[in-house]
Ligand binder design. Sequence first.
Ligand SMILES: [Zn+2]
Length: 417
Amino acid sequence: MVTMFFGPLKAGFELLCGDEEGASRTMNEFTQTNPIVMPCRLLGAAICNDPDDCEETLKAFGKSMGNMACSTPLVGHAISAGYAIAGKEEQAEKIFLQASRTTVVAGAGIVGSIAGPAGAAAAAIEAGTIWDMTESHATGKAKGIMTVVEAIRDDKELRPGEVFDSLMTPVGDAITGVAAAKTYDKIMDARKKNQMRQQVQSENNVKTEQINNLEKKIADQGVDNSKKLANDMSKKADILREQVAENESKLLEIQRRQRCRIRNPNEHVNGHVSVTIIDEYENESTGYSKRLTDASETTRFDRGPTSRLEQAQSSVTRIQGKPPLNICGEHMAYQGLSSDPVITYALQIKDGVVQCVDRCANCAQYDLGNVITDSINGTPVPFSLSELPSPGSYIGAVVTGTMTVAVSQRRNGPGRS
Ligand SMILES: [Zn+2]
């Protein structure tokens, strides 16, 4: 990682320390392995007709990519298993340690990210340093920052490039930790998005089935435009739900004021009805039952306390023992019509679910055209289909995150030479 990404910086350090040979080697390697600079070098070699340099650059680049793979969790472990099966135990162990180190450092970064990016970096540096201390102790060969520590202890001479690589190890670990934490967040975010999408999709499937069922029941009554009617009913179900939700606190207040015996905690949001009437000119008008219009403070009839429906069909009288005549949604819906009713439907909400509902005994006396919901009482009316959230992409997060993790952890590549 060090030379691949910080080549010019490392070469500068080497020059400062008087290691011209090291600096030249570093820059050579940098131009062969840096993914952005390497194509320029290749192009230069092609223009100068230098096939040897082309071949050498490609070889170095391929080797550095191979090293990246070996440092990548899971990928590196799989490669290690391959070497083990082929009987190359030493190589297998080396790659296994490389990949495991990245896994540990990245994992620490994810855990540390609870305290933000700085936490991710600190935890990753700590994990990487502990790993290197342990490995240095076990193998007797200094790794990472331990190279400098050991050199100071043993008064050993290090090349400037080696010092630079060793000091840069915690930087690489920090980058790995932060990248891993970011990748983890992105993956979790994608997972959440996909779960939401699946949920909406299955809800929509249920709704579609309910709409089809409703459409069939309407068509069975010999009504044209059954599809449009079924879809309109589902839009009206949305509106009824919204009306109830918007006025919930007011509905509760009214219920308390009336000091009714509360049998069900949802009583104030249950039982509200919306009625839609379509007339000869296909104009439609929707009204609501009195409890809901009281809560929303909506005027039910523009002229006085009597509805136009009561006036138009005055032979209808209140049935004994039933509530007052014009508290139903039918009266309010009729108010907005300019010609005779042709089709009428009524919807009722209970525990957040909307169903078709038949007319009460009072309203059943009125001529309201074909009241399609009378014969399909209790048929569910779904809310409109929800918009499908865009899918979360795991792949983008995994690829970019893994690349960053892999390149920052490339330990045994040419950068360590
Ligand atoms: Zn009624």
